[in-house]
Design a protein around this ligand. Structure first.
Ligand code: AMP
Length: 283
């Protein structure tokens, strides 16, 4: 496995693989790799001939007062995980490499970035889509892999690729959870032990939502109230949002019908945690 710190190094390595007819896969990450990332990497290794994992804590997707400076960066452990998983190149650029000088060009996906996390993290998705475009231009993968854990991000990136005719496929993989249901996240390490226990209520609230929809309940306020009750059992929780929206457009709906996305964002202590489920409520 090679570690490329420079844009030209990763371009050269991928260029050689491509001229050998290899199918290139990219897994963009911010590092602090866990089993969620590993599931994306393993899928990439299975379906591609040459896999690049990027590790870059992207400053432009963090707002003021967010955890950019504190974001965990255990590079050695990350490299070991990548080597074990059969990755060909880990791309670890510096912010100066990725953003030389003041960036004047941004990618902005409209509408899909407004609800859910877009409301509480202004500018976040602009940072995500801009850095993904940069990574796609640098690596030029045939396929890039994203997690359903960040459902809105996945939808936004897919739409950007379609709207801008980017020549790659976006593959979305299911959310990987701990045994007790908590979605695995690099930010879970911010939780104290009691907070970690309480955090299981996040997935419990989504399971309750699934149960209520399965039972034929179509009123969103009724389901959201029940989810809120479960989340409020977490002593230190600050609920950022609980929403049930159209699974494709992410727009508000009047009643639960068809394919919906139930999504929550909760602050527990220092950690801001998000989770979601897709539910097919039928017609
Ligand atoms: P991050 O390093 O948090 O930017 O995540 C990199 C990629 O891994 C994104 O596409 C995430 O959606 C995905 N990811 C993070 N956590 C999980 C998880 N628990 N299950 C599946 N994918 C995940």
């Amino acid at each position: 496995m090679k570690v490329a710190k420079k844009i030209e190094s990763v371009r050269n390595l991928v260029g050689t693989a491509r001229s050998g007819g290899k199918r290139i896969g990219l897994v963009p990450t911010m590092g602090a790799l866990h089993i969620g990332h590993i599931s994306l990497i393993e899928t990439a290794v299975k379906s591609c001939d040459f896999v690049v994992v990027s590790i870059f804590v992207n400053p432009t997707q963090f707002g003021p007062g967010e955890d950019f400076k504190k974001y965990p960066q255990p590079l050695e452990a990350d490299l070991e995980i990548c080597a074990d998983a059969g990755v060909d190149v880990v791309f670890t650029p510096t912010p100066e490499q990725m953003y030389p000088g003041k960036n004047l060009t941004w990618i902005n996906v409209e509408r899909l970035t407004e609800p859910l996390c877009g409301r509480s993290r202004p500018g976040h998705f602009r940072g995500v889509t801009t850095v993904c475009t940069k990574l796609f231009n640098i690596v030029a993968p045939d396929i890039a892999y994203f997690g359903q854990k960040d459902a809105q991000q996945a939808i936004v990136v897919k739409r950007m690729v379609a709207d801008l005719n980017m020549p790659l496929e976006i593959v979305i993989r299911p959310t990987v959870r701990e045994a007790d249901g908590l979605a695995v996240s690099s930010r879970n390490q911010y939780l104290t032990e009691p907070q970690r226990k309480d955090a299981t209520n996040i997935y419990k609230s989504l399971q309750k939502c699934q149960e209520m929809i399965d039972a034929g309940i179509t009123e969103i306020p009724k389901v959201v109230a029940e989810m809120r009750r479960i989340l409020q059992e977490i002593p230190s929780a600050e609920i950022e949002y609980i929403d049930i929206v159209d699974a494709e457009t992410l727009q508000s709906i009047e009643k639960i019908a068809g394919k919906v996305l139930a999504a929550v964002a909760v602050r527990i202590g220092f950690a801001r945690l998000i989770d979601n489920i897709l539910v097919d409520a039928g017609k």
